[in-house]
Design a protein around this ligand. Structure first.
Ligand SMILES: *Cc1c(COP(=O)(O)O)cnc(C)c1O
Length: 490
């Protein structure tokens, strides 16, 4: 059992210092005006430099991360983040740029972004990308606003967005945020969009149909071209949620399947580190006729000069400050340049092989929701065990004791006791075999010693957390009162 570590405030010793400054009376009269000076000390912890290093190093080790453990979190693509990407993104030429500089003084940064945009167009078949959105969900919002601007310009009023029930949850949320009414389309018995239900829901009031591809069941929409025809016949546009392009890169060009607008998550497919709310990037791509509506700023190339274009009459405008998360863009471009087109294709091929390898070994324990080959992730159901009091949550909590991060659970919503496993291409057969062995052990324990599973985890720094209270009533600031509240709760 890991010992409880004190808060840094609890380690404070009056008078202890990390750094000593020379005691010298300020000679300048123009120092901080008296009225701005604090009357009471700030109450910062008084600790030595070594105390600080040990405290934060220890905290960093309490975390699960892709760098320390297998992290099969479905839909999230927790792949290895190559360290060379961090190195290039820290080049002074990139970190030293100020967003208010003129274009002539940041040609290198603009050229990289231009090249990244071109690479994303090559990989997806789209004609243009805006690198501006900060995350997948913001890319969706941008795409929805582009569709809105397009129909506005044509004088068409379309108020509805259709979303299959197997779509990622951000799709209906983004559509609602963009002011649309959202209608759910059921899946058919193969886990794909039900074409009959789609055809019935389509009409002159539908703006966009948003398809997650591969869908959240880890399946390819095998009738996507027929779906695209239906959508276009009704005058609507087809949107691809390409957050999970990790299964398709180098293999499929979404523009050729009939998609008009899409977004990518550079912080999944293109190896930018993510999780914990770290900066991501959700570029939004479109076909030529929609380019003029893309969010600003964009980059244009004239002769050999790159220019940042910040105003346009037709653009939906800006969704956040400046160009985007430029460090994430440098990382993604480094990844693309390192692997090249063939390398990227083998990323997807290996992601698919790995997921199918896990699926074939886990099938004996859990029921696949749809029993066929998957793409980059597989969805299994532990509903058989629920009768004997073992829930999916118990199983994945027990995985933590075996040193594995828990897969995504209870998603997609249409699968009871769901478990969504995504190994990514960067895991070895050995790691996946160890994962399967742990799963087998846990399901043995579920029979012989169910309490062990039901009360897991046992070895982590904290046990089962009250996640609802943590979200509804967070204590984010240290104070003696918060301390005693916490003590009372125990
Ligand atoms: C992760 C994900 C999103 C949301 O991306 P964020 O960057 O977290 O906003 C949207 N759709 C799918 C399919 C995803 O996997």
């Amino acid at each position: 059992m890991t010992p409880k570590h004190p808060l840094i405030f609890e380690t404070s010793v009056p008078g202890r210092r990390g750094a000593a400054f020379p005691l010298k009376k300020s000679s300048t009269k123009a120092a901080v005006p008296e009225k701005w000076k604090r009357k009471k000390l700030a109450g910062l912890p008084e600790v030595s430099e070594f105390d600080v290093v040990r405290h934060f190093t220890r905290l960093s080790q309490l975390n699960f991360s892709a760098d320390t453990n297998f992290y099969p979190l479905g839909s999230c693509t927790m792949k290895y983040n190559p360290k060379i990407n961090d190195k290039t993104s820290m080049f002074a030429g990139f970190t030293g740029v100020h967003p208010y500089q003129t274009s002539e003084t940041m040609q290198g940064t603009l050229e990289l972004m231009w090249n990244l945009e071109r690479s994303l167009c090559d990989l997806t078949g789209m004609d243009a990308f805006s690198l501006h959105p900060a995350a997948g969900a913001q890319g969706e919002l941008a795409g929805l606003l582009v569709a809105h601007a397009y129909f506005d310009a044509r004088g068409e009023k379309r108020t509805k967005v259709l979303v299959p029930d197997s779509a990622h949850g951000t799709n209906p949320a983004s559509a609602a945020l963009a002011g649309y009414s959202v209608h759910s389309i059921p899946s058919n018995d193969k886990g794909r969009v039900n074409k009959k239900a789609l055809a019935e829901a389509l009409g002159p009031d539908v703006s966009l149909v948003m398809i997650t591809c591969p869908n959240t069941l880890g399946l390819f929409e095998d009738e996507i071209q027929e779906v695209a025809d239906l959508v276009h016949k009704a005058g609507a546009l087809l949107y691809m949620d390409g957050a999970n392009f990790n299964a398709l890169v180098g293999l499929v060009e979404p523009a050729r399947l009939g998609f008009d607008i899409m977004h990518l998550n550079l912080h999944k497919t293109f190896s930018v580190p993510h999780g914990g709310g770290g900066p991501g990037a959700g570029p939004v791509g479109v076909k030529k006729y929609l380019e003029k509506f893309l969010p600003m700023p964009r980059i244009e190339k004239k002769d050999k000069q790159f220019n940042l274009v910040t105003d346009s009459k037709t653009s939906i405008g800006q969704l956040r400050a400046f160009f985007g998360n430029s460090g994430a863009l440098v990382r993604a471009y480094t990844y693309i340049a390192t692997l090249g087109h063939d390398g990227l294709r083998s990323v997807s091929e290996n992601a698919i092989i790995n997921a199918n390898y896990l699926l074939s070994h886990l099938k004996g324990l859990f029921k696949p929701y749809i029993d066929e080959h998957c793409m980059h992730e597989c969805v299994l159901s532990a509903s058989e065990y629920a009768k004997s009091g073992i829930r999916t949550l118990d199983i994945v909590k027990r995985l933590l004791d075996y040193g594995f991060y828990a897969p995504t659970v209870y998603f997609p919503l249409i699968v009871p006791e769901a478990m969504m496993v995504e190994p990514t291409e960067t895991e070895s057969k050995k790691t996946m075999d160890e994962f399967v062995r742990a799963m087998n052990k846990i399901m043995d324990e579920a029979k012989t010693n169910p309490a062990m599973v039901q009360t897991a985890p046992h070895t982590t720094p904290v046990r089962r957390l009250d996640e609802v209270t943590a979200a509804r009533n967070p204590i984010l600031r240290w104070s003696p009162e918060a301390q005693s509240q916490e003590a009372l709760a125990k």
